[in-house]
Design a protein around this ligand. Structure first.
Ligand code: URA
Length: 250
């Protein structure tokens, strides 16, 4: 943005403190970058009280006043990367119109966190939460092909032919599922399976098994990329280390 660049020079702020407006907002507002681009086009964002509708504008978080719907967005210095063992009967949402407990109610951090992807109300297990929009976008982007592993309790033993077809990919809602891995983690138990998928379509695991007439009694996410729950009990959470965060993109 021209004005900002001029302010920059006047105040002698280093060039590296400039950041793209949508990136700044994604890091500090909790909304995804694509959504924020829409907000910018809709004229909901101001820089130094001026409505900005063009994309690609650069701002300086040290000096510029950035607002979304009139509300000041301040730069967050602290980034949180949280792994939660989600209990059953909790919704993966930032707020709920029915006032049910959300995953955020389990975490006593004041900053605005948001879940990376979602687990169904009945699903338990590994859920990541962050306030770093860039990190969340990267993790959810299909090009990174991050493996999510689920332990599934089925209503009947999984037949070999169904297992083979599910692993190769089936057509769900008009689109073929990507190849996945299915194993039996417990000896002589063919009703409990471990499934590792790289996609994250809505209720995907349930729908895949329902396709062949299996009902999913229990669904638990045990792994996300290189992460596993370890000793975390339901409802407990831990902060990821920087190494654990960075390992996703190595
Ligand atoms: N697949 C599902 O069907 N449900 C989940 O919660 C996660 C993956």
């Amino acid at each position: 943005m021209k004005e900002t660049m001029e302010t920059e020079k006047k105040n002698n702020y280093p060039e590296e403190s400039l950041v793209r407006l949508n990136k700044f907002l994604a890091n500090n507002s909790g909304f995804a970058r694509r959504k924020l681009d829409e907000f910018i086009t809709q004229g909901r964002v101001t820089v130094n009280r001026k409505v900005i509708t063009e994309q690609g504008v650069q701002i300086n978080p040290l000096v510029d006043d950035i607002r979304l719907d009139g509300e000041r967005i301040k730069e967050k210095t602290r980034k949180y990367y949280i792994m939660l063992n989600k209990p059953k009967g909790i919704i993966t949402s930032t707020d709920d119109e029915k006032n049910r407990t959300t995953v955020l109610d389990l975490i006593n951090i004041k900053d605005r966190l948001f879940p990376i992807g979602r687990l169904d109300y009945e699903t338990t297990g590994l859920l990541l939460l962050t306030n770093d929009g860039d990190f969340a976008n990267k993790l959810m982007h299909p090009k990174h092909k991050i493996t999510k592993t689920y332990i599934v309790k089925l209503s009947k033993p999984l037949e070999e032919r169904h297992k083979a077809n599910l692993m190769a990919g089936i057509k769900l809602e008009g689109k073929k599922t990507a190849p996945c891995k299915i194993t039996f983690p417990f000896k002589d138990d063919f009703e409990t399976v471990s499934i590792s998928i790289i996609e994250g379509r809505n209720r995907q695991v349930r729908k895949m098994f329902e396709y062949y007439g299996y009902f999913v009694h229990k669904l638990h996410r045990s792994g996300y990329g290189h992460l596993s729950l370890g000793k975390l009990n339901p409802g407990e959470w831990t902060k990821l280390s920087i190494e654990e965060v960075n390992k996703f993109f190595k």
